[in-house]
Design a protein around this ligand. Sequence first.
Ligand SMILES: C[S@@+](CC[C@H](N)C(=O)[O-])C[C@H]1O[C@@H](n2cnc3c(N)ncnc32)[C@H](O)[C@@H]1O
Length: 241
Amino acid sequence: MEVNNSDGGSPESPATENMTTTSHHHFGDLNGSDDAISITVIESMKEDYGLFVWPCSVILAEYVWQHRSRFAGVSVVEHDVSLQLGAGTSLPGLVAAKVGADVILTDDSDRLEVLDNMRKVCELNNIKCQVMGLTWGVWDKSIYSLRPQIILGADVLYDSSAFDNLFATVKFLLEKSPGSVFITSYHNRSGHHLIEFLMVKWGLKSVKLIDGFSFLPSWKANGLSGNIQLVEIGLSDVGKK
Ligand SMILES: C[S@@+](CC[C@H](N)C(=O)[O-])C[C@H]1O[C@@H](n2cnc3c(N)ncnc32)[C@H](O)[C@@H]1O
């Protein structure tokens, strides 16, 4: 059995008894410049959305890496935290933590194996992140204390029946942290104006919308396909006094 490691990271022999494998993901100069980093992710060969590194995750993780100064804790805001929604194998959040951000990795509260895998991956990479269950559209007590400046989401726009719950959570978090943004990478399968529609519906604005392949190094892009876009979203100014 072989796992397709989408950013060219080399798979190790899978441990078939527990159906897991590891993949390695590199950021920076492949020849080993000083600040290059590497992250190892545990994936499951059982089919599960949250236990696989999806192409959107590779793209968002590379974006975080290339904008690492935004994540490196240089903000004037005390307790400047980045939070990843639907993090699954968590590659973008792990990159943010590796470059200096305080990171909270979250996924569906009911998917305990996904949350457990996040803790294992943090340990494996010697990265400190908080891991918590956060189900979109559910107002557990813990969500009220969150004040993330940057919210990340890779491949969280794949099921239109979940969009309302996802954006209810995103808007709630954006409203609690002035100046915060939601950065998400998604497959634009319909080729239509999904983001524009969602922005109007939720009173949000797209600050930046780019082709996910426009900034990927070719050795990563070669292993990926699809129409993947990356968008930075903030609160709309419309209606503000
Ligand atoms: C397609 S996977 C993407 C995983 C990871 N971000 C990546 O790109 O590799 C979607 C993720 O969203 C999570 N998810 C789905 N529905 C959710 C919900 N209602 N609340 C929170 N997380 C959810 C899944 O558990 C899964 O980790």
